[in-house]
Ligand binder design. Structure first.
Ligand SMILES: NC(=O)c1ccc[n+]([C@@H]2O[C@H](COP(=O)([O-])OP(=O)(O)OC[C@H]3O[C@@H](n4cnc5c(N)ncnc54)[C@H](O)[C@@H]3O)[C@@H](O)[C@H]2O)c1
Ligand SMILES: O=C(O)C(=O)C[C@]1(C(=O)O)C=C[C@@H](O)C=C1
Length: 302
């Protein structure tokens, strides 16, 4: 059975447009309505025929929806929820795709205290943003983490789970605070490290910009892809997931200091042991078949 018949997507950037493409490709009988706060984005979305209908106001986009998915940057989630508060049907389910969850759920709850909420964070993306960056296969064989607040109607959870399965995702359930801790190490820390290393390299006076570009074919190039990720979204992620990110950064800094000491004191054994452990981690990720998507998706769309 179709989990939903009328889905509204608010925020038509990378994730919102990918969802629209995926729902129309894999659940073609579902009616997809879209809205974005930006008139330019709405114009592009209409031109590329992204949804069955694009509305100029948030309220009009939700009046007959049975599922509304907020796909705006984390810092815009509360405003997006506020904009639909008067028009959201009582029986509609609200979802959102934010990269961090606990503080976003709390902010939405302030505006919509009684709504049935099933947040769903797809662990899939690229460094690109905007309505033309999306593609239908983005979520294929990728994790989607559901973080429903305690006491959420199990039928609502099952319907959202079914939707994500139909567009190709694998489902995991997590408590929102645990989700934020896990993502802080697996996604948010790599981004802050990439933003730092690329910034440091370009700041170095004796490494000219042209040399950075010229010699960036190796490891540095992978960092530049991540460091090209959307500045608004990532500013919001670090502010909204402050505690978990600071906790992970503290751990990371301590581990970095240990490696720094090993280099300073010529402790080759410590370095070799550490690098052997990390090589084993990479190999086990590949064995589990989770290696394929992220870097490739980015490169297809460069
Ligand atoms: N980019 C990724 O890799 C990725 C992956 C998984 C989840 N996410 C999460 O999904 C959400 C969307 O990310 P994205 O990469 O699609 O961003 P994006 O920048 O590509 O698109 C966001 C869109 O939201 C619109 N918007 C902003 N505030 C709005 C509001 N109040 N009402 C209506 N529209 C509004 C913007 O105009 C923009 O078009 C974020 O919360 C992000 O954390 C991102
Ligand atoms: O592959 C990328 O470009 C991504 O950064 C995707 C990525 C990640 O860190 O894995 C980024 C943020 C999301 O919340 C989920 C996925």
């Amino acid at each position: 059975m179709m989990p939903f018949t009328r889905i509204t997507i608010i925020g038509l950037g990378l994730i919102g447009s990918s969802l629209a493409h995926a729902i129309r490709a894999y659940l073609p009988t579902v009616r997809v309505t879209g809205h974005d706060a930006s008139p330019q984005v709405r114009e592009i979305a209409r031109r590329i025929d992204l949804c069955d209908d694009i509305t100029d106001t948030a309220g009009a986009s939700v009046v007959d929806a049975d599922l509304v998915i907020l796909c705006v940057p984390p810092g815009g989630m509360k405003a997006a929820a506020m904009a639909i508060a008067d028009d959201l049907p009582a029986e509609a389910i609200l979802s959102e795709t934010a990269s961090c969850q606990a503080s976003i759920i709390a902010a939405i709850r302030e505006v919509l205290p009684d709504v049935t909420m099933v947040p769903a964070h797809p662990v899939a993306g690229t460094e690109n943003s905007g309505p033309e960056a999306g593609f239908a296969t983005l979520f294929q064989n990728r994790w989607c983490i559901l973080t429903p607040p305690e006491g959420t109607d199990p039928i609502a959870i099952a319907r959202v789970e079914e939707l994500w399965k139909r567009i190709g995702a694998n489902i995991e359930m997590m408590d929102p605070a645990h989700h934020d801790l896990v993502l802080a190490i697996t996604s948010h820390l790599p981004h802050i490290i990439a933003y730092t290393i690329v910034g440091t390299a370009s700041d170095l006076e004796d490494v000219t910009r042209s040399e950075v570009i010229k010699f960036s074919a190796g490891g540095f190039r992978d960092f530049t892809r991540i460091a090209a990720s959307d500045p608004t979204m990532w500013r919001d992620v670090f502010l909204a997931n402050k505690d978990a990110v600071l906790e992970m950064l503290q751990r990371f800094t301590e581990d970095l200091t240990q490696l720094q000491r090993a280099i300073r004191w010529g402790d080759g054994e410590a370095l070799f042991d550490h690098f052997s452990k990390t090589r084993a981690i990479r190999r086990s990720i590949i064995e589990q078949g989770q290696d394929d998507a992220a870097p490739d998706f980015g490169r297809h769309h460069e």
